[in-house]
Design a protein around this ligand. Sequence first.
Ligand code: F6R
Length: 615
Amino acid sequence: MCGIVGYLGQREAYPIVIKGLERLEYRGYDSAGIVLYDGEKAKLCKTKGKVTDLKGKAESENITTGSIGLGHTRWATHGEPNDVNAHPHLSNSGNLAIIHNGIIENYGSIKKELEKRGYTFHSDTDTEVLVNLIEDIKEKEQVKLGKAVQIALNQVVGAYAIAVFDKSKPDEIVVAKLGSPLAIGVGEGEFFIASDASPFIEYTNNAIYLEDEQMAIVRLGRDVKVRQIKDDKSVAAYVQELQLNLDQIEKNGYDHFMLKEIHEQPHAIKDTYRGRLRTNEGIIKMAGIEDNLEKFLNANRIIIVACGTSWHAGLVAEYIFEDLVRIPVEVEYASEFRYRNPVITSKDVVIAISQSGETADTLAAIKLAKQNGAFVFGVCNVVGSSIARESHAGAYTHAGPEIGVASTKAFTTQITLLSLIALKLAQSKGMISKTEFHQYLAEMEAIPDKVEKVLLSDDHVKYISSVYKDVPNFLYLGRGYNFPVALEGALKLKEISYIHAEGYPAAEMKHGPIALIDEQMPVVVIATKKGHYEKVVSNIQEIKSRKGKIIGIVTEGDKEVKSMADYVIEVPETIEGLTPLLTTIPLQLLSYHIAVMRNCNVDQPRNLAKSVTVE
Ligand code: F6R
């Protein structure tokens, strides 16, 4: 979590760093800070709150000049979010400035040693310890900044993406990475440092993504020098051309990124299957699967590891894989899997699902799987992300940048991609008839238009939201493929509106949650025609007879649920395995509108961050 931005060049760093921080706010937003060097002094400005608070403070204190600058937007780990704990941090002499995304686990023992040597600390952070360790080494060993950083990082345990400068050498920034992302934008006579490329995309398309355990010396007038942290060996810097454009990272007239991303889903789903779904030829083309087909077909089981919304996509995948491919599937929370001594063998295929590709628990889970000989396949959105690189093979969802903290298009594109994989394997294994396979392909191709149709219900969903916006609790129920959708609907509502919500398999309601139902309780029931419809109708009756309020997600033209429910939202008919791609949409809209009506910060819900790079 935390976003870092740096600039080194001829322009004023301030507007570039501030704008960059605004783009990275999805990574953390409880405090922010900036340091600029204008040739005389390193000027520091930090504040609790958001980047806009930082902007106000920096401008009122005239901290806006200098052509080298570092900025940080924080999601607190060590030390509460306040002005002092905000980054950047300066070393005791005031010469070195650092920004850091990650955690230094052994900072306590290092701090004690430094205190013995006379260092004092103002904040509660691990980062202030790191910058003083670097300073101590630099002074003690009489080495340059780059060397001091390299020695220091060999003493720390933890994760980091850092950028450091020394004000006595203001033409250089030293950066390093382990476990947290770091990109270097290479412009004409200028450099940009950032957690992802969004802060510099309007200045340059050329970027170097550091690998784990690499550092780089970024110096004006010189090529970027990349080195291995462990042994200080030099590594060739690979400059890649980015495909990102500015439109993808701006709101484009929408009030929030979340709303924009909900509406982008028809397009995003198409981008996921583009080139892969070849309806005319009757095939699915996926190099990552084709090259490793034997691994999948000979697997004893598939283990899916993921967190949060991606875990919900994994649950949908479990249904579709077992249904179509007849391979046993287990879906695991990565955070549990990595610590519970699971049985993993070389006959297992592990699929890691992650939008960001940086989630610490998912990354650790795949490392464990690899150590135990499993074949690891990554399903990520962010190209070049750590999980994508750590996997043996994989496929990208190509959903485009997702900036709203609440995941929307990531979920539907993950389901799209996992469905394609399941279909491809089912066909390769001879588990699906030609007719059924073709039906699936045609139906998959029709999904974007159907999602577009569901999006037309926005005003209706907004009205329903106005009716229930003040309730304290919500229940979401679904069966089969729509059970994970119920979980996802509840998660969306909780995270952005702060209303307590639970998702449950509809039939499980009578084993507990039914006790909660009274005339105050809205229950969202996904009751599409394909998917145990009659059973779900019985569950609706059970709710009705206890006076619960019903919001039904139903198939177009449905009459039965309509006659019982307080409100219904219709979705077009599709193959059962693809219904989550449609039934999810109204639930995203419902949580969005309720959150807006409750004046919640939809794109940056409290206590959350988009990519959880700490465990
Ligand atoms: C919820 C949400 C989170 C993420 C989770 C995993 O809306 O966004 O639950 O799904 O933190 O993140 P990724 O997919 O990046 O691994």
